[in-house]
Design a protein around this ligand. Structure first.
Ligand code: SF4
Length: 429
């Protein structure tokens, strides 16, 4: 494989792997590379196609920026990837220091280090770095160490080996120190051994030696554990790295409605609408949704949603006709999102107004193949679960799945009512 194709492959895999497990990524990666095997192919893709393939991976802006960067390489850089970590980071949107280092070392052989979560853990333990691992002093020191350690002749292999060490041996909870190839150089391990020696000396009434200055964590060192959080002997080497305090997530409540009609063969179809092209979940499709003020009473949120739905259905929606399904929680990187889920079966069909945001009716299969977020899939699942309960025998079945609703407007081609016709029918004497 030529270096540019390899760089593209490394780039796609690194972007997908950020905060996502390898097992989850493999299928996405294979489908992506099959569809867009080169940068040039990706540059010609539409954002809709990218979002559809990315759906379920989370962090949707990453797929979008990957495609923007591919377009930039083709249109502004004559199809040539930048060859150094510095240029990759400077010229390509969405490529940070880690991704740039990985592409440059693995694909172009640049002797530059990488620092990801695994490397942070290994280096912090090797050097007993116990200050907050996201603090600028620690981050800078870790990058300096990674750049100094990297093997000049095989930087890509070295970087991958270091990350693999963190993923398989120096793991977060129960590291396999006995099998570790760098155990002789590890200060965390030697600290554990010293602590054990002190403990046994104390047991036999011998005086304990003065701790090494490297172990004591005094003197305001920006790399040492804070004095208020002393060494915990029950944690051993996992005293390092010290985790950053968890960020408080912003709580957001959103009312969302599964608007449902019967399709040609009686199967349900759902209305989905497209989100704006910027911001959270940009360009993705969702059920008509409305952000709610915090602490809004159920009655009020139902009324607000009914007003919002008026625009989509082209007719007033009675708040009482909305059926409350329940709540679905989804955690985004910085948001604790609660969806208050309602459903509304339409017993007359409407054609959507093209003047509104893009919207379309989809079958369940089409819904899952569309660029919809995992959160929306959870919403549909909650709705289906509720419907399953209602239609199960002996529980007062209201409607059978797949059966055509009596009096439902047909949605077969050629017989669908336009919005204008629908409104006229509503107001006709
Ligand atoms: Fe990690 Fe243990 Fe190896 Fe040190 S000896 S690097 S703590 S696995």
């Amino acid at each position: 494989m030529d270096a540019d194709r390899r760089a593209y492959a490394v780039w796609v895999s690194e972007i997908m792997l950020q905060q996502t497990q390898v097992a989850t990524v493999i299928d996405y990666y294979n489908r992506w590379m099959q569809k867009w095997p080169t940068l040039q192919a990706l540059a010609q893709a539409s954002l809709e196609e990218v979002n559809e393939l990315w759906a379920g991976l989370g962090y949707y802006s990453r797929g979008k920026r990957l495609q923007e960067a591919a377009r930039k390489v083709v249109s502004e850089l004559a199809g040539q990837m930048p060859r150094t970590a510095e240029d990759l980071q400077k010229l390509l949107p969405g490529v940070g220091r880690y991704t740039a280092g990985a592409i440059a070392s693995i694909s172009y052989g640049q002797a530059t280090g990488v620092v990801d979560g695994n490397v942070i853990r290994v280096l912090c333990r090797l050097r007993c770095i116990g200050a907050d691992s996201s603090s600028p002093a620690v981050v800078n020191r870790l990058w300096d160490m990674a750049n100094a350690l990297v093997d000049r002749s095989r930087p890509g292999d070295f970087n991958q080996a270091l990350m693999e060490l963190g993923a398989t041996v120096c793991v977060p909870k129960a590291p396999l120190c006995g099998e570790c190839p760098v155990k002789q150089h590890c200060r965390a391990r030697s600290r554990v051994e010293k602590e054990l020696a002190f403990a046994s000396q104390k047991l036999f009434g011998k005086p304990t030696p003065v701790p090494d200055v490297e172990d004591c964590g005094v003197g305001g060192c920006p790399l040492c554990p804070p004095a208020v959080e002393p060494w915990d002997s029950s944690l051993g080497v996992t005293n390092f790295p010290r985790k950053a305090a968890k960020k408080q997530l912003r709580a957001v409540r959103t009312a969302t409605c599964v608007l449902e009609r019967r399709g040609c063969r009686g199967a349900p179809e759902y209305l989905i609408v497209q989100r704006p092209s910027s911001g959270l979940l940009a360009g993705l499709w969702e059920f008509p949704s409305l952000t709610l003020a915090q602490d809004l009473q159920e009655e009020k949120q139902r009324e607000a949603l009914a007003d919002h739905l008026h625009a989509w259905t082209g007719q007033p929606v009675a708040a009482r006709s909305l059926r409350l399904i329940g709540e679905v929680i989804h955690i985004f990187s910085h948001i604790h999102q609660t969806y208050v889920v309602y459903s509304l079966p339409l017993d007359r069909d409407v054609t959507l107004d093209p003047a509104l945001s893009p919207s379309r009716w989809v079958t369940e299969e089409e819904f899952h193949a569309s660029a919809v977020s995992t959160a929306m899939k959870k919403v549909l699942k909650a709705h289906e679960k509720q419907r399953g309960k209602e239609s199960s025998p002996g529980k007062g079945s209201k409607r059978k799945r797949g059966a055509k609703t009596q009096g439902a407007g047909s949605t077969c081609p050629g017989t669908q009512l336009s919005l204008r016709a629908f409104l006229q029918a509503q107001t006709a004497p």
